[in-house]
Design a protein around this ligand. Sequence first.
Ligand code: AKG
Length: 290
Amino acid sequence: MQQIFKDKNNQSFFEENGYVKLQILNQEQIKWLTDLYNSTLNIDTRNGFTTTIDYPASIKVQIAEVFDQIFGSIMKDLFSDHKALSYNFLTKKTQNSVVPFHQDWSFVEEEKKDVYSFNIWCPLEDTNSENGNFKVIPKSHLLSYKSRMLNEINAPYTAFKDYLNQYAIELPTKQGEAIIYTNSLFHASTPNTTDSVRLTAGTLVVPASESLMLRYLSADQKEVECYKLPDDYLLLNNPFVTKPSEAFLYKKRPYVLPENQLDELRRVLEPSKPSLLSIIYRKILNKLGK
Ligand SMILES: O=C(O)CCC(=O)C(=O)O
């Protein structure tokens, strides 16, 4: 994997599992972000799980100004050469607020070896099983499918949700702690059953040398259309509503879903079994009393 973290332990845990959990925000920064959401922006929080990625550009620009000051220096401390492409508030409010397991869209050319994007998911209060814990399936970022589209119709691997679920782990977080996870990692969150909104600050990060790339399924459902876009694209546009203009079309790839998805899931997620040789060797050592 490309070098992401300056710290070697963070890098190796992230490479192996697809995420790390780190304390990143102090009390002052948490207050600054919470106040921005509650008073300055005057956002009407919708029910369920929401993100401001589809809010008007004027609101996203205000969010970006504050996030940039806070997350800019955090990113410099933690990561090698990376840039933020989108800053969002994520809310989880009571009804229908469970987020099922999914992989995010691809945001960079992941088909190139070793290129990943990732999110900094930082709740502004403690999380627990009442207000919605983040869940992940460690190692699932190593699955082969890389062209994740905004209008995906048959998201790969999701037909095997019971199989995936047995590898799920919940990651409760303390206030200011973040889960930094790569967008190809399967993740989810438990519902918020409390009366208050669970607010999270989210930042999308990519290597400084990479361009934003979004993918859409073509009208005949045969091709993946890849659009190479300017860094401020997500800030100024609503990617759910409008496809980028043809001028940004970079390439088209055939739409091919991975074959034998369950076999692949087993190969990637199941802990490797000890080889016959190592079992015999262990038995000999046992006999010798070692
Ligand atoms: O904030 C949450 O509860 C889940 C976030 C999530 O799944 C996402 O942003 O893709």
